[in-house]
Design a protein around this ligand. Structure first.
Ligand code: SDX
Length: 375
């Protein structure tokens, strides 16, 4: 039982509010979106259908899906204002800074600013959902000194994005792996970035401010930034033979092993097996056997030595690497997906809003008198 004034550092174990969007079940290691097991959604649905589900609570009918796809395809193009604003950012800034600035700019440039009813917020959510891939693809190409490729309204979400990045649609198993990653990353209850978005929304601020703040929260390596950190770590280990000595030294140095551990799941992240299966398909030609062997050996050693399981960022790091993305683009890919969960939560928060404002326990110096200026 809790006692008054008891402190829950990091809000660990604290239930802050109700939600109807997703359920993370620690006991069964399972995750459902609006009641549907996420693994089944990966098998049967496109990412567009899952986005609709998160926003509306039900899967779309054929007509609703067709209508949504039409709207999404028509909103992919970036206005000249936003592209010119982004082009003035320092060339070497992190792509997450580009995204954070882009969403902030879209908010400043929105003629419907101040209209925060559900219909307007849904339209703004679809707009960000449609434009984020264009921004990320432009950024991926800019980093390589390549001209941008404009969105193609004849292609679905995944194919269009991958074409904008790489100039062609990759093989089917890569498109599939990408789509599965988008569905798995889409939503995960009151994680740090989603909670951030809900805190901002609870002051009755606007949806762009909430998403901008959420991007900032996701950037950190304890949260979304981990998928980039995983790839740096696998590169640092280099070879499967180096896993055991590397890990031994990492423990001596008290390093956090990126892509491992989770605040909620203590017996394994429910999404990891689905994503790891996609990684195995991408490496089935044997060309990246070393990477897969290192991946498996590190996971096995972490379990054996520390009893700590991998989280979703562990398989997505190498999957995105094998697809040809630059490492700093990995967390922006997470943003492209989580925009759906964030915006669903922002709209849910507004439905029955209560200002989020916890208490703190003061442990600083006791009350004292302000001295007069000495000397
Ligand atoms: C995501 O919440 C979500 O839903 C997030 C997410 C989503 O979908 O939104 O799932 C996405 O952010 C996944 C997490 C990505 N982060 C990382 O991979 C970074 C590495 N992981 C850890 O830093 C850590 O496990 C956290 C931050 C994920 C969770 O931290 P907690 O719950 O605060 O737990 P802790 O840090 O207090 O760890 C408990 C113990 C400690 O040992 P003791 O002090 O008790 O001896 O486990 C150890 C930790 O040192 N530990 C690790 C470890 N994770 C936990 N030790 C080494 N490497 C690790 N990765």
């Amino acid at each position: 039982p809790h006692h008054p004034g008891q402190i829950f550092r990091g809000l660990a174990g604290v239930v802050v509010d109700t939600t109807t969007i997703s359920m993370v079940n620690q006991e069964t290691n399972s995750l459902t979106y609006r009641g549907y097991p996420v693994q089944e959604l990966c098998e049967s649905c496109s990412f567009e259908e899952v986005a609709w589900l998160l926003w509306h609570g039900e899967l779309p009918t054929a007509n609703q899906l067709a209508e949504f796809k039409l709207v999404e395809r028509n909103r992919r193009t970036l206005g000249r204002n936003v592209t010119s604003a982004l082009s003035r950012l320092p060339e070497d800034c992190h792509p997450m800074d580009v995204l954070r600035t882009a969403i902030s700019y879209l908010g400043a440039d929105d003629p419907t600013e101040g209209l925060d009813d559900r219909d307007h917020n849904l339209a703004k959510s679809i707009d960000m959902f449609a434009k984020l891939p264009t921004i990320v693809a432009f950024e991926q190409r800019r980093r390589r000194g390549l001209e941008p490729i404009l969105p193609d309204a004849n292609l679905g979400y995944a194919e269009n994005f991958l074409q904008m990045c790489f100039g062609e649609i990759p093989p089917a198993e890569q498109v599939r792996a990408f789509e599965v990653s988008m569905i798995l990353y889409a939503e995960h209850s009151f994680n740090a970035s989603t909670f951030t978005a809900r805190v901002v929304t609870s002051t009755l601020s606007d949806i762009y401010s909430a998403v901008t703040a959420a991007i900032g929260a996701l950037k950190g390596p304890l949260h979304g930034g981990a998928n980039e950190a995983v790839m740096h770590l696998l590169a640092e280990i280099g070879d499967v033979a180096n896993v055991e000595p590397w890990l031994k030294q990492a423990f001596v140095d008290k390093r956090k092993i990126m892509g491992f551990g989770h605040r909620v799941y203590k017996n394994g992240d429910s999404r990891v097996p689905t994503m790891t299966a996609e990684l195995r398909k991408l490496t089935s030609d044997g060309k990246s056997a070393d990477l897969l062997a290192t991946y498996d050996a590190l996971a096995a050693a972490m379990l054996r030595v520390k009893d700590i399981h991998p989280n979703l960022d562990y398989p997505t790091g190498p999957v995105y690497h094998l697809m040809g993305f630059d490492i700093p683009i990995f967390t922006p890919l997470f943003v492209m997906s989580r925009i759906t969960g964030w915006t669903a939560h922002i709209m849910e928060q507004l439905e029955s809003n209560s200002l989020i404002r916890p208490l703190s326990s003061y442990v600083g110096v006791e009350q004292r008198k302000v001295p007069t200026l000495a000397g």
